[in-house]
Design a protein around this ligand. Structure first.
Ligand code: HEM
Length: 612
């Protein structure tokens, strides 16, 4: 029986089914005619944006104050550390030597105990689950236990503890609940797999995402984003607003399908059965992560539930399609005059699947399907969410948008972006870095201890379920100035690409340690390119009369009702690239080293994979 996940069971905001979001919002309410059209450059007047920001800040402060008051009033009861601990802490503050304190602890039998917060689900029902975790973190600190009835979780928001679990002692932890929830769709794919299966598959898959492959993907990103631009062009001509979250979901599905197994979903253009099947399965995975009872495991229900029948049919369609693609690719590889080497890539089909088959990867077709499916999901929802929240953040900060557009105009001109261009788009990259800080995807990393360990000085048993809150780490007032502010300037433009190592685990957009994301470089280029191509052609504002953009959560952070925007074709001043290009040219090596630093990060993670 899969463990239920009480913490993830908070009823989320009712979510519009994705498919209903897959069309431009053409209702009169969202008609472009009523959107704020602004000054000559098409950007929203700053006073309006500032006013909206002030109101949002006030609402946020009110919401926080209410939740803090609930915590203080005892809806969450805290178990304080025992008297000996309090005495020990007091003595420590008075400067009593550590050796004496340890001797004292042993004599009185006092072991440090993790602070405990007892939760009442009703107190926090209307929030995405990581929001109350943030309030609790501010009250109880970098590690605390959250107990719901018989179930308890350790919530980690301290960078050094996160580093210990993800990197230094990663062998002592598995994917726990996550593996149970995802089993139906990913089986033993790379994300849920543990132990020897994970080690073997990681060694097979990582080489497939070599630098030449990622560089070859740039053209694919460009083509797919161009299709999206064309769609926006039509909407702009028709004066229709667009729901960007669903469009980004389609963009990244089209990209990842081609990149992983050379399949063109073409979901930006058509709604085929396979696209619907992918969304049925994705939605089911998210529903399972927020469901109070694992109904999908009840024997009879499993066979009669229309919803589960639909999910099973969708899974069958996807699996059959994958089997066909694998068979087709095998035939291609058989007919090829193969000269396999480290940076091998088939020009006609540069997909990861082709690399794996050409490498002679000895793997069962079930395992191969699990891995492909895992990468499809891992690389699709995450990037779509990053783009959605980046555009949301940009709509709130016209000055950032202006600076971004200036950089893009200067670097790209009217060209389709090349890899060299992407390396020069340093401010655009910082915008993505900052968006990933404020909206990490996923907001929480899940682990389970598989042996006893000591974390942050506290002994823990085997079988502890642990949530590392990346959301808390990324917004911790201990580490960030004005933590809630969208400020790409906080990352020095000439500095290295921020990552978990150079930020000491206060920032982990792609995780860390041996299980770090294998698609970090791929995703960074994909997002930078999409943002650059879109803001070059269009100005974006939140559509007038659109519902407020609120968060809800599944595996990644979604909006509750979509991101309804007005895309307006830009009327740009002529591009005068010369001066700007000269400066950027000089500094471009910094950005190349950013890319290299991503690869060397990966090399470090791989080395520890081999060691572990
Ligand atoms: C912006 C986009 C992306 C973000 C934010 C992201 C984030 C992450 C994070 C945080 C993890 C670590 C999970 C953990 O430790 O529990 C991860 C793992 C993973 N990601 Fe990504 N990812 C992105 C794109 C991609 C892409 C494009 C691919 C595939 C091409 C991919 C494939 C994977 C895989 C296979 C793993 C599991 C690695 C392992 O356990 O060994 N991701 N990702």
């Amino acid at each position: 029986m899969a463990a239920s996940v009480p913490l993830l069971q908070f009823p989320t905001h009712s979510r519009t089914h994705l498919s209903s979001k897959f069309r431009p919002t053409s209702s009169p309410k969202f008609n472009g005619k009523f959107s704020i059209r602004c000054c000559s450059n098409g950007r929203e007047p700053e006073s309006v944006v500032e006013g909206v920001k002030k109101v949002e800040k006030l609402l946020e402060a009110k919401r926080r104050a209410e939740l803090s008051a609930r915590i203080a009033s005892g809806e969450f009861t805290v178990e304080q550390p025992g008297f000996p601990s309090l005495l020990k802490n007091g003595l420590s503050k008075l400067g009593v030597p550590k050796e004496f304190l340890e001797f004292f602890s042993r004599r009185v039998g006092d072991y440090p105990r993790i602070q405990e917060a007892k939760g009442s689900i009703s107190a926090i029902r209307d929030e995405p689950f990581f929001i109350p975790l943030y309030e609790l973190f501010l009250t109880y600190g970098g590690i605390f236990r959250l107990t719901f009835g018989p179930k308890s979780f350790l919530i980690v928001s301290d960078p050094s503890i996160a580093k210990h679990i993800l990197k230094d002692n990663s062998k002592a932890y598995s994917k726990g609940i996550l593996a149970e929830i995802l089993d139906f769709v990913m089986g033993k794919g790379l994300i849920p797999a543990d132990g020897e299966i994970w080690r073997v598959r990681r060694r097979a898959i990582v080489p497939a995402l070599h630098q030449k492959y990622v560089a070859a993907m740039i053209g694919l990103f460009g083509k797919a984003t161009d299709r999206l631009c064309k769609k926006l062009d039509v909407a702009a001509s028709d004066g229709e607003d667009v729901e960007m979250e669903s469009l980004f979901s389609r963009l990244t599905l089209d990209i990842i399908g081609k990149a992983v197994f050379n399949y063109d979903f073409d979901s930006l253009t058509v709604d085929t059965g396979i696209v619907e099947a992918v969304y049925t399965v994705l939605r089911e995975a998210e529903d399972r992560s927020v469901s109070p009872i694992p109904v999908w495991e009840i024997p009879i229900w499993k066979d009669i539930s229309p919803k589960l029948k639909k999910v099973n049919a969708a899974l069958k369609l996807i699996n059959d399609t994958l089997d066909d693609l694998i068979a087709m690719c095998k035939r291609m590889v058989d007919e090829e005059e193969l000269q396999f080497h480290e940076e091998y890539m088939n020009e006609k089909d540069p997909s990861i699947l082709h690399f794996l088959l050409a490498s002679g990867d000895e793997v069962s077709s079930k395992q191969l399907r699990d891995d492909l499916m895992t990468m499809l999901i891992a690389g699709h929802e995450t990037s779509a969410a990053v783009l959605t929240w980046t555009f949301y953040l940009l709509s709130k900060e016209p000055s950032v948008m202006a600076k971004l557009q200036d950089e893009v105009d200067a670097v790209l001109g009217d060209r389709c972006p090349t890899i060299e261009d992407l390396k020069k788009l340093r401010y655009t990259t910082r915008v993505i870095n900052e968006s990933l800080r404020l909206y990490p995807q996923p907001p929480v990393l899940i682990r389970r201890s598989i042996e006893e360990d000591v974390v942050g000085g506290y002994p823990i048993k085997r079988g502890e379920d642990i949530f590392i809150s990346v959301w808390n780490l990324h917004r911790s007032p201990n580490h960030w100035e004005e933590a809630d502010k969208f400020n790409p300037e906080r990352w020095p433009i000439d500095g290295p690409n921020p990552n978990e190592t150079n930020q000491n685990y206060s920032y982990l957009p792609f995780g860390g340690g041996p299980r770090k994301c294998v698609g970090d470089m791929f995703a960074t280029f994909e997002n930078v390119l999409a943002v650059a191509m879109l803001v070059r052609r269009f100005d974006f504002q939140i559509a007038l009369g659109a519902p407020p953009v609120k968060m809800t959560t599944g595996a990644t952070i979604h909006t509750t009702e979509g991101l309804n925007m007005t895309a307006t074709r830009r009327t740009r001043p002529p591009v005068v690239p010369k001066l700007e290009m000269a400066t950027l040219e000089v500094k471009s090596s910094v950005n190349s080293s950013d890319v290299n630093s991503v690869s060397s990060q990966r090399a470090e993670a791989e080395a520890s994979t081999v060691r572990s």
